[in-house]
Design a binder for this molecule. Sequence first.
Ligand SMILES: O=P(O)(O)OC[C@H]1O[C@H](OP(=O)(O)OP(=O)(O)O)[C@H](O)[C@@H]1O
Ligand SMILES: Nc1ncnc2[nH]cnc12
Length: 191
Amino acid sequence: MLDLRHYVRDIPDYPKPGILFRDITPMLAAPAALRGAVEAMAEPFLDHKIDIVASAEARGFIFAAPLAIRLGAGFVPIRKPGKLPFDLHSFAYELEYGSDELQIHVDGIKPGQRVLIVDDLLATGGTMEACCRLLEQCDAEIVGCSFLIHLVQLGGEARLNPYLVHSVLRYDQDDNEVELSAQNEPPGPLA
Ligand SMILES: O=P(O)(O)OC[C@H]1O[C@H](OP(=O)(O)OP(=O)(O)O)[C@H](O)[C@@H]1O
Ligand SMILES: Nc1ncnc2[nH]cnc12
C-alpha cells in the first residue's frame, strides 16, 4: 500500500530556527498520493451527512474542496483579513511561528448546518481553534476536524476539545508513528 509518509519532506529551521517544517508539496505533485490523502481525510466522515466543509487558507483549501466534493458537501472559505468582501466574524490567534487573524462571512454557514473543518496540518491548534470559534459564532454544528498531518507533541488536540479530531499521519518529536488517542478515534455510525 502507498505510504503517504514518503511524500512528506522535512525542512529543518524553516521558516524560523528550531521549526521542522513538514513540506507536503511532494505529496501534492504525486497523483496517487494526493488522491490517497483526500480519501483518508474523508473516510471517517462519509456517512455523517456533512453539509459544509470549511477550511482556512491557504494549505487547507487544497484539501477542503476535494473533500467537499467527496462528501457531497459545499465549501466555505475561512480567510485572512482583507480577503472576504461581505460582513464578517473575526478571530485572532497564535501560530507555531507567529500570529494571525481569520475571518468568515456571517452568512457563510446557516445555523445548525453540519460542518467538517479541514486543514493540512495540526500543530499548536491555534488555527483550528480559531476556525471552531468562528463556526460557533455562525451556530454551526461542528461534526469534527480532519487533518492530513498531526504534530502530536505540540498539544493542539487539547485545544479542540470537545470536537472530534481525525488525522492521517501523526508524528511525535522523534518522528515516530503515534497511536490513535481516544479523541483521535474516527467517529462511529451517525446517531
Ligand atoms: O496548529 P497551528 O499551530 O495553528 O498550525 C497549523 C497551521 O499552520 C499552517 O498554516 P499557515 O498559517 O502557515 O498558512 P498557510 O496555509 O497559508 O501556509 C497550516 O496550514 C495550518 O493551517
Ligand atoms: N512544522 C510545521 N510544518 C508545516 N506547516 C506547519 N504549520 C505549523 N507548523 C508547521
